[in-house]
Each structure stands twice: as structure tokens, then as C-alpha cells.
Design a protein around this ligand. Structure first.
Ligand code: ADP
Ligand code: MG
Length: 259
């Protein structure tokens, strides 16, 4: 049997803030070209897990990692890691859309400008490519040089994803990317997530269990800082191994998202 390829893995990882453990004994993997949902109650450590995968907590005082966190087999907290390169390879999309006070065009190519300034002549094609990829091109092609803040929240979130895509990350981490959006924009982001897995590996933190069921291939259920269960998404919804998983996931068809 061929071994499933995990792009990223945590191996017996423990995360501390000021000496207090927030994640403990975490072993998990993220399969290539799959969407892995991370679910669990508020405070269970979902955001911390994502931020640990992209080393976004490096400057948070009192943050400490034990165990191993690997990207393509390489320990990312090892001495040789170029954190700037790591963040290019492991992109992050936040709950509230993050756009810079610049034009739509400049936001789209923001990462490229820093990564490959010599390619400036090719930026217009690159911007078009990523804006098409997030299904935003037709909506913005006539106002590329207008401020990004003039876009709706849903459009801003797609622009934030376009900016992440421009530097071609292997993994895209999304922390509740639709929770501040209206239903129509949420549907657009869900469709986008499904289309992105052709070329990327995605990790999606969501409180919205129906959303997890619609878009995720795999699921990771966190409970008070430990991985309670990990497996195929539908399998976990329909045939969970643990009582707590069942109790949490069984609310998927209740209207409001789980908290
Ligand atoms: N920067 C921080 N400093 C100290 N404690 C933190 C910090 N960020 C999160 N925590 C704590 O870590 C735990 C997990 O938080 P978080 O990862 O945000 O959970 P979730 O995203 O599942 O709601 C919580 O108890 C939270 O208070
Ligand atoms: Mg969170």
C-alpha cells in the first residue's frame, strides 16, 4: 500500500504560551491536494495550531514549541529555516479580510513585489491570473487602481486569497475565512476553496460544521488542546470513533455555527 503523502505534519508537538500548555501531544498530517478541516470548541487551540504551522507566533512573547513540525519532511523550527521563505510556502488567510491601504492591483502583487521585484513587467499578467483564480477579475478589471478598501468584505477576502496565491504557496491555511461574510460571499469562498485544492493543500479552521461537511476531505477534531480524532470528513461525521466527536459534530445541520 502506498504511503499517503502529507505535505505538513506535527509529530508529538506541544505549544506553550508563558509556560502554559495550549496544545499537547499533537500528531497530525495534512494530505497533499486535500482540504483538512480543523474543528473544535472555542479555545481548543485551532488558531494556535495554524499560527504554529506558519511560524506566525515567533514574536509572541512566551511562545514555545516542543516536538516536531515538518514541511515536506523538514523541521520548520530548525536552525536552517528561512522564515520568510516558509511564509511564502505556507500562506495564511485570516478571519477578517486583511487588505493593505493600497490599490486592488498593488494588493494582488504585494508578495511578488517583495519576492521577485525584477519581474515587475510581468505583474499585470500575474495580477490577472490570481484575480481570475479567485473569481474576482470580472468584478474589478475596470477599477484595478482604486483602493482595495472600496471592495465589499467578500471581495476583500477573495483579494486577500489572491495575494496569498500570487507567491504560489504549497499550503494555504484559512482561519474561519467566512465567519465575517454574508451567505453569498461565504458560498463564493467555499467554491474557491474546492477549486484551489487542485494545486494546493488547504487547512480550514471553521465553526461552521455544514461548511466543513461540504468542503473538507479530512477532519481534525481538537478538544482542549489535544487531537481527539482525525480522519476522513464524511466518515467522522457519520461514524465517529469517540462520543465527544459525535456530540460536537452531530450539530452540523443546526442552522447556527457551533461555538
Ligand atoms: N497570544 C496568546 N497568549 C496567551 N494565550 C493565548 C494566546 N493566544 C491564544 N491563547 C490561549 O490559547 C488557547 C487556545 O486559543 P486559540 O488557539 O485562539 O483557540 P481557538 O482558535 O480554538 O478558539 C486559549 O486558552 C487562549 O486563551
Ligand atoms: Mg480561533
Amino acid at each position: 500500500m502506498s504511503k499517503i503523502k502529507n505535505v505538513m505534519e506535527m509529530d508529538n508537538a506541544a505549544i506553550f504560551y508563558n509556560g502554559k500548555p495550549v496544545l499537547d501531544k499533537v500528531c497530525c498530517g495534512f494530505r497533499v491536494n486535500a482540504v483538512t478541516g480543523v474543528v473544535g470548541a472555542s479555545g481548543s487551540g485551532k488558531t494556535t495550531l495554524l499560527r504554529t504551522l506558519s511560524r506566525l507566533n515567533d514574536r509572541v512573547g512566551g511562545f514555545r514549541v516542543h516536538g516536531q513540525v515538518r514541511l515536506e519532511g523538514h523541521e520548520i523550527y530548525g536552525n536552517g529555516t528561512d522564515v520568510y521563505q516558509l511564509r511564502r510556502r505556507v500562506g495564511m488567510v485570516f478571519q477578517k479580510p486583511v487588505v493593505f491601504p493600497k490599490s486592488i492591483f498593488k494588493n494582488a502583487v504585494f508578495g511578488l513585489k517583495h519576492l521577485a521585484p525584477e519581474m515587475k513587467k510581468e505583474f499585470p499578467q500575474a495580477a490577472e491570473r490570481v484575480l481570475r483564480e479567485v473569481f474576482l477579475w470580472d468584478e474589478v478589471k475596470d477599477r484595478l487602481h482604486k483602493p482595495a478598501q472600496t471592495l465589499s468584505q467578500g471581495q476583500q477576502q477573495r483579494l486577500a486569497i489572491a495575494r496569498t496565491l500570487a507567491v504560489d504557496p504549497e499550503i494555504i491555511l484559512m482561519d474561519e475565512p467566512t465567519s465575517s461574510l454574508d451567505p453569498k460571499s461565504s458560498t463564493a469562498i467555499e467554491e474557491l476553496i474546492v477549486s484551489l485544492k487542485n494545486r494546493h493543500t488547504l487547512v480550514l479552521v471553521t465553526h461552521h460544521l455544514a461548511q466543513a461537511r461540504r468542503v473538507c476531505d479530512d477532519l481534525l477534531f481538537l478538544n482542549e488542546g489535544t487531537v481527539w480524532e482525525q480522519g476522513g470528513c464524511l466518515e467522522m461525521f457519520e461514524n465517529p470513533k469517540r462520543k465527544e466527536t459525535h456530540e460536537y459534530l452531530s450539530r452540523w445541520n443546526v442552522d447556527e455555527p457551533a461555538v
